[in-house]
Design a protein around this ligand. Structure first.
Ligand SMILES: Nc1ncnc2c1ncn2[C@@H]1O[C@H](COP(=O)(O)OP(=O)(O)OP(=O)(O)O)[C@@H](O)[C@H]1O
Ligand SMILES: [Mg+2]
Length: 271
């Protein structure tokens, strides 16, 4: 077998044996993992009497696993999470009312495939942002593109696009993300223009792409934050039509951690 016969372009393929032939082929086929591991796995295959099929499958599996993990790393990087938080780090005992089965289902990312939404409501420090990041990371693992930002930053982004006369293009660009996370709706009030932009964001993704929203305010008070009851109602209607709404209740985790730290310091100074 000559290497020249393997390529239409001819002349580019190396002629000095199997290693450089495989190096060339795996590079052209963009399968660097196979390029790096074929030799090691071939040794293993000989030692353990693998069939040709088993050897081929092992190589392809290695390449696929590598590609998937690189994809996940890339999706997590481009999601712009403000911190690294995982569901595994989340202490569910602190939130006994949170339905574990619902959370486990959301963690599969299946809601993203169905363009459903997730709304996390509750007072400060209960873990809304932590859960949103954790679920976003899970969605990235499941193969979905994610983009995280605070409500004010989303509005700023849409405002700039609107100002430049390219709001539609921006909404289309955002739709390329299967899941967008809008953190902290409610802390900073929006004027009417901002509320309209946010409404357009929600409407443009309705039944097409998922939105995860966190808010310290119950829906009944969204009219205040968006300075318009009618727009808020229409937005909530679209958001919750296909959505899981998780209302968190309890004490702030931040306060609890501070209390525990103080108690520990007191014990140390008393003992
Ligand atoms: N159940 C929990 N287990 C582990 N860490 C938690 C839990 N709840 C909250 N935390 C941690 O406590 C801090 C506050 O949580 P987080 O920022 O998610 O709260 P939040 O509900 O978004 O609050 P805010 O409304 O003020 O933004 C974070 O560092 C988070 O990782
Ligand atoms: Mg938060």
């Amino acid at each position: 077998m000559t290497t020249a016969a393997m390529t239409k372009k001819g002349g580019i393929a190396p002629k000095d044996g199997m290693p450089s032939m495989l190096a060339y082929l795996t590079r052209v086929l963009k399968m660097p993992t196979i390029g790096a591991f074929w030799e090691e796995l071939a040794g293993q295959a000989r030692d353990q009497n693998w069939s040709h099929e088993e050897y081929l499958a092992a190589l392809l599996q290695r390449q696929l696993a590598d590609r998937e993990s690189k994809g996940t790393t890339m999706r997590i990087r481009t999601a712009h999470f403000p911190a690294v938080k995982t569901l595994e780090d989340f202490n569910l005992d602190h939130l006994p009312s949170l339905r574990r089965d619902v959370l486990a289902h959301l963690a599969t990312g299946a809601f993203v495939a169905k363009a459903e939404n997730v709304i996390l409501l509750g007072p400060p420090g209960l873990g809304k942002t932590h859960l949103a990041i954790g679920l976003g990371v899970k969605a990235a693992h499941a193969g979905y593109s994610v983009l995280f930002d605070t409500a004010s930053n989303w509005i700023a982004r849409l405002g700039a696009a609107h100002h430049a006369g390219r709001l539609e293009a921006e909404l289309k660009k955002i739709r390329r993300y299967k899941l967008i996370i809008v953190d902290e709706v409610g802390y900073i009030p929006f004027d009417q223009d901002a509320a309209n932009l946010f409404f357009q964001l929600v409407a443009s993704r309705y039944e097409l792409g998922s939105i995860m929203v966190t808010s310290n305010l119950p829906f009944g008070r969204w009219g205040e934050t968006f300075s318009d009851d009618v727009v808020a109602a229409a937005m909530i209607d679209r958001l919750v039509h296909h959505a899981e709404v998780l209302t968190l209740t309890g004490d702030s985790y931040r306060t609890r951690q501070r209390r525990e730290l103080l108690a520990k310091e007191n014990r140390a100074s008393n003992g």
